[in-house]
Design a protein around this ligand. Structure first.
Ligand SMILES: *Cc1c(COP(=O)(O)O)cnc(C)c1O
Length: 406
């Protein structure tokens, strides 16, 4: 029985939680902007952003006000009725993108699940049952449901859960020839991240995305862009495809649009949307007024020329700072990424030890992420003040020195 005086410590995690995570030894209790404090009131600068989620920082006053305001009006009614925040948010997303139609979900994985189901359903509706093959990429990450781990290109996430879904091919990312060789009349979709996040901060070549678009058109397949991590302004435009000259048929967005409140969306065109006819798919919580009111406020904050231009300026600041550290204490062979999704690919001798750098930074009051064992990843708030970038980089240098000297 849980006693009200049971101390809430990290040790309690091991007692009561399923062991699928290995959280840090400390427990954060509050945050403000790009700073977080733990139970002992130790302060951290946040370059992690809750894995590219807290796009406008912790406890943003406008979002707190929206949460309170909508919280006193209406949280949930289910999709037997529509609601004002969902319709306003859908209008904003369609006005700002290629899309005509929106389907709401609660997480990136769920938005992708809807996207993959729609791509198959559309192909079956228009071309027949044989057209069901999905082309995806090695190292890709699309979520943790059975369909999304099957489309994802990291076998460690799909192994051990029984037979994977059929009809999915994984190709090397950025390999145009492999794509040309693999696509066929049976292909219903090419699914890709415009920049692989979990896979190591690997940008797609413009020529690769362009060729994927052309091949989809030639083979009546849909181009599905997973912008769960790259979207919501993270790369300096509201969506990453807006830096290319192509448009997808389906796009998924989550992480940054809720700033931590679970909300996601799948965007598509009128023609493709018809294949999710009444009753074909759904979600109890998807599009609830509380989540949508918050996402609407997030989009209002992010989708301005000032904030989006600020993302590119902050990238330059990060890059210059990281290069300066690297010139004093060489630790990475490449600093890459775009906007505020930045990767430091470790030098040969530090490969495999990204988590060591993460822990050294955390102990000194800086939160960073990793993207696989060889890459340190940063995905802070798009509004992170320059002073916090500079202060965080000072801590990062101390952490790097500590690991390099050990
Ligand atoms: C995080 C992520 C997902 C999964 O999102 P969840 O909200 O964890 O289900 C899917 N695709 C990409 C590209 C992601 O980065």
């Amino acid at each position: 029985m849980f006693m009200s005086n049971t101390p809430v410590t990290r040790a309690l995690f091991d007692d009561v939680m399923v062991p699928n995570y290995a959280p840090a030894p400390v427990i954060p209790v509050r945050g403000k902007g790009s700073r977080i404090w733990d139970q002992n009131d130790k302060e951290y600068i946040d370059f992690a952003g809750g894995i590219a989620v807290t796009s406008v920082g912790h406890s943003h006053p406008k979002l707190v006000a929206t949460l309170k305001d909508q919280g006193e009006k209406l949280w949930h009614i289910a999709n037997v009725m529509t609601n004002e925040p969902a319709l306003r948010l859908a209008k904003k997303l369609t006005d700002a993108t290629f899309a005509d139609k929106v389907y709401f979900a609660n997480s990136g994985g769920e938005a992708n699940e809807a996207a993959f189901k729609l791509a198959r359903r559309y192909a079956v509706d228009h071309f027949g049952e044989h057209k069901n093959e999905i082309i995806a990429f090695e190292q890709a990450f699309h979520g943790r449901t059975l369909f999304t781990v099957s489309v994802g290109g990291q076998p460690k996430y799909s192994a051990g859960f029984g037979p994977a879904l059929e009809g999915i091919t994984h190709l090397p990312y950025n390999d145009i020839e492999a794509l040309e060789a693999a696509i066929s009349a049976k292909t219903c979709a090419i699914v890709m991240e415009p920049l692989q996040g979990e896979g190591g901060i690997i940008d797609a070549d413009p020529a690769f995305i362009k060729r994927a678009r052309e091949l989809c058109d030639e083979h009546n397949a849909l181009l599905v862009l997973d912008e769960v991590q790259t979207g919501a302004g993270r790369l300096g435009t509201l969506y990453a495809y807006q830096q290319t000259d192509i448009m997808p048929d389906i796009l998924t967005t989550a992480k940054g649009i809720g700033n931590g409140f679970p909300v996601a969306a799948m965007l598509t065109t009128t023609k493709v949307a018809q294949s999710l006819a009444i009753g074909t798919h759904g979600s109890t919580y998807g599009g609830n007024p509380l989540a949508c009111s918050i996402a609407e406020a997030v989009i209002d904050i992010i989708n301005t020329p000032e904030v989006l231009a600020g993302v590119s300026a902050k990238f330059d600041r990060f890059k210059a700072g990281l290069e300066a550290i690297n010139s004093r204490v060489p630790f990475c062979e490449e600093i890459r990424g775009k906007g505020l999704l930045i990767g430091c690919a470790l030098k040969e001798e530090y490969k495999g030890s990204a988590a060591k750098f993460l822990r050294a930074a955390q102990a000194r009051g800086l939160l960073v992420l990793i993207a696989g064992p060889d890459v340190i990843r940063m995905a802070p708030s798009l509004l992170i003040p320059d002073a916090d970038i500079d202060a965080g980089l000072v801590i990062l240098e101390e952490a790097v020195r500590n690991v390099v000297d050990s």
